[in-house]
Design a protein around this ligand. Structure first.
Ligand code: GLN
Length: 187
C-alpha cells in the first residue's frame, strides 16, 4: 500500500510520521510528476485552504486529483483538507467541491483559536481520542449520504461520505494513531 500526501503547504510531514509509525509507505505530492505512478489513497493535510487551493491550480494538480477522488480513491482531508473537499463553504467559493457538506472556516475563531478535547468516537475506537483544533472549521450541515462520525458541542467535526473522510481536527498532531488506522481500513 502506498499513500500520497499532498505536500504543497501545511502539516503534511506529521501525516508521514503517523504512517511511518504504522509501517505504511507514503510519499509527498508536490508536482504533477509525483502522481504519475499508481498509489492507493490520498491525504490532504491541514494548512491554509486558500493557499493550497491556489497551488493545486498553479501546479496543474487540481483536475487530476479531483478526478482521482471522483473515481473512488480513498481520501482523508484534515482541517484545510476538509475545507478543500467541501461542496459548500460559507461565504466563499468551493474548491474541489466533492463532499456533500457546508463548512464554516475558522469557525471557532471568535471563541478560541486552538484547543484540545478528548472524546469517544465509537466508529474509530472505544477509547477517548484527543481532538486538536487549530483555527479549525466546523461542518454546519451534511447531505443525507454523509455519515457523521463525531459532533462536538452541536457541531460536526468528523464525517465520511463513501471514499471521503474528513476531520476538522488534527489526529496527526497527536501520538494516537487510531484515526489514521481507521482511514487505512477504508483502503
Ligand atoms: N484556518 C485554515 C483555513 O481556513 C485551516 C486551519 C488548519 O488547517 N489547521 O484554511
Amino acid at each position: 500500500m502506498r499513500i500520497g500526501i499532498l505536500a504543497l503547504q501545511g502539516a503534511f510531514i506529521e501525516h508521514k510520521y503517523a504512517l511511518d509509525k504504522l509501517g505504511v509507505e507514503s510519499f509527498e505530492i508536490r508536482q504533477k510528476r509525483d502522481i504519475e505512478k499508481p498509489f492507493d489513497a490520498l491525504i490532504i493535510p491541514g494548512g491554509e485552504s486558500t493557499v493550497i487551493g491556489k497551488l493545486l491550480h498553479k501546479l496543474d494538480l487540481f483536475e487530476p486529483i479531483k478526478k482521482m477522488i471522483e473515481d473512488g480513491m480513498p481520501v482523508w482531508g484534515t482541517c484545510a483538507g476538509l475545507i478543500l473537499l467541501a461542496k459548500n463553504i460559507v461565504g466563499e467559493d468551493a474548491h474541489l467541491g466533492l463532499m456533500d457538506m457546508t463548512v464554516k472556516r475558522n469557525a471557532y475563531g471568535k471563541q478560541i483559536d486552538s484547543f484540545s478535547q478528548e472524546v469517544v468516537i465509537p466508529e474509530v475506537s472505544e477509547n477517548p481520542f484527543p481532538l486538536v483544533f487549530i483555527r479549525a472549521p466546523w461542518i454546519e450541515s451534511v447531505g443525507e449520504n454523509v455519515n457523521v462520525l463525531c459532533e462536538l458541542n452541536g457541531h460536526i467535526v468528523a464525517a465520511r461520505q463513501d471514499n471521503m473522510l474528513v476531520t476538522s481536527f488534527h489526529p496527526e498532531l497527536t501520538d494516537n494513531t487510531a484515526f489514521t488506522e481507521y482511514f487505512l481500513k477504508m483502503i
